[in-house]
Ligand binder design. Structure first.
Ligand SMILES: Nc1nc2c(ncn2[C@@H]2O[C@H](COP(=O)(O)OP(=O)(O)OP(=O)(O)O)[C@@H](O)[C@H]2O)c(=O)[nH]1
Ligand SMILES: [Mg+2]
Length: 471
């Protein structure tokens, strides 16, 4: 290794310098091999020679692209390359980062990676670059999560949410709420220091007002979750109906392939079948289910239980009726199951004569969009897609600029609310300030957990395992 190259930013006792191929495996135009850590420049200097034949030296300038070549230990050229040094702390990880860009061949990239390992770098774990950016304080945990959301996003809306979070908009909102909780705490400690009775009443009202304001902001944030999650992960849309209503036929029609088994016999589908489609810019996880019916056989009952569970977890139920038959007790069972769900009523088999009483459905499923289709002829399918899109793309409050989209954030905010409810109750019951402060601290822990003010290694492992190597 060319140990003559050191940079001012070399920390003492730092983490090992890591390396990974940052671009996807396979062939492409370019491939980037990324190093991060105190020895990045020294390692790169041992295998890279500038275009003029000179080695990298102490005069290397950060953020400048150097043309040259990567060489074997014996001096043989591996490939032409462009090298850029991002000097700590102005880099992705806040450590010294070197990116070596070579032609996008898998073998070439692996050779350069191998050279870096020979010169003393360690192989990076999945997400380790972003993990270091978090540990080094350049980004918080919600921003680190946004990085993977940007990579995975497949629609304008998903990307907008992810980039806004990456820029720190969620962090700013949470940090303001955290500061507001600190203000509550300081008011509590002032009350402990000056316990005059006549101040108590005023202070109590002020505390309740402050906590109430924080809670209402949290409620607004929580209100964005359904929509945020749908944009990030896709919407779960369940096809539900009595046996033979045509759920599997509709599944196939929406997928445009013969995926689910269709027969004239009731009870054909026994288990859930999930496939992904896209309606405009939203992913839909479409689920076909076992028909709901009274007094099922034992094996059907297991399928029906799964259908009910899927219904609970779904964002939207497409409630399917066979319009060529009169409503029966199985349809009524279906209506009661779908009663408190987001739903669309669909009258299938509109190519046959209408026998169903649609007004009875309207009566029991009020305020429900109703669409006639034929899963066989595909009539009405475009209207159904539009209706599904309207329901899932416009659910929740779209006007909020800060949106939460992860269950981890939702659950932390819900726990914050619970702790604040307890704090308010203690204020109302005139319990001691120390007692109230315990719940306010608890609320701060939950809130702070979202941005990683407190975390354990297991949580970090869980978050960064979602990442690919090199990110
Ligand atoms: N005429 C007509 N027949 C249909 C239509 N949709 C489905 N069918 C027929 O209805 C029967 C049942 O269809 P499936 O799609 O298997 O119904 P299902 O709801 O999945 O039934 P289970 O899996 O048993 O709950 C089949 O014979 C289909 O060909 C339609 O729009 N028009
Ligand atoms: Mg079926």
């Amino acid at each position: 290794m060319n140990s003559s190259i050191t940079t001012e930013s070399d920390p003492v006792d730092s983490e090992p310098t890591i390396v990974a191929i940052a671009t996807p495996r396979g062939e492409g135009g370019l491939s980037v091999i990324r190093l991060s850590g105190a020895n990045s420049v020294a390692i790169a200097g041992a295998l890279f020679v500038k275009g003029n034949g000179l080695p990298l030296d102490d005069k290397i300038i950060p953020q400048k692209a150097y043309f040259g070549e990567v060489r074997e230990d014996n001096g043989t050229c591996i490939d032409e390359a462009i090298l850029t040094w991002f000097k700590a702390p102005k880099s992705y990880t806040a450590e010294d980062v070197v990116e070596i860009c070579v032609h996008g061949g898998e073998f070439v990239s692996l050779k350069v990676l191998q050279r870096c390992l020979e010169e003393g770098a360690s192989m990076a774990e999945p997400g380790e670059f972003t993990r270091r950016a978090f540990v080094n304080g350049r980004i918080d945990l919600s921003q680190a999560e946004a990085v993977i959301d940007v990579i995975h996003s497949a629609s304008d809306q998903a990307l907008k949410t992810a980039t806004s979070q990456l820029k720190g908009n969620l962090s700013k909102t949470l940090s303001q709420l955290y500061d507001d909780l600190i203000a509550v705490l300081s008011q509590l400690s002032a009350a402990i220091d000056f316990p005059e009775d006549d101040l108590k009443f005023v202070q109590q009202a002020e505390l309740l007002r402050k906590i109430g304001a924080i809670q209402s902001s949290i409620t607004t944030l929580l209100g964005t979750y359904r929509q945020g999650k749908i944009f990030r992960e896709g919407a779960r849309v369940l096809l539900i109906g009595k046996p033979n209503a045509g759920k599997s036929s509709l599944m196939n029609a929406l997928l445009d392939e013969e995926r689910a088994i269709v027969t004239p016999h009731s009870g054909t589908t026994r288990d859930l079948l999930e496939e992904r489609i896209r309606i405009r810019d939203i992913h839909i996880n479409l689920i076909d289910s076992a028909g709901l019916r009274e007094n099922p056989e034992a094996i059907e009952e297991i399928g029906i239980e799964r259908t009910r569970k899927a219904l609970e977890e779904s964002d939207l139920a497409v409630v399917l009726f066979d319009q060529s038959r009169p409503l029966d007790e199985n349809d009524r069972l279906l209506i009661s199951a779908a009663n408190d769900k987001e739903r669309i009523a669909v009258l299938n088999k509109c190519d046959l004569a209408e026998e169903i009483d649609r007004y009875e459905i309207k009566e029991y499923l009020p305020k429900t969009v109703m669409i006639s289709i034929s899963a066989t002829t595909h009539q009405g399918l475009a209207d159904l897609k539009d209706a599904i899109y309207e329901k899932v793309a416009r659910s929740g409050n779209n006007s909020e600029s800060v949106v939460i989209s992860r269950e981890r954030h939702r659950s932390a905010l819900a726990q914050t609310q619970v702790a604040l409810d307890r704090a308010k109750e203690s204020v109302e019951n005139q319990l001691s300030e120390e007692f109230i402060a315990v719940d306010v601290h608890m609320a701060m822990d939950h809130l702070g957990g979202i941005v990683g003010k407190n975390f354990d290694e297991d949580l970090l492992d869980q978050i960064f395992n979602e990442f690919c190597i090199g990110k």
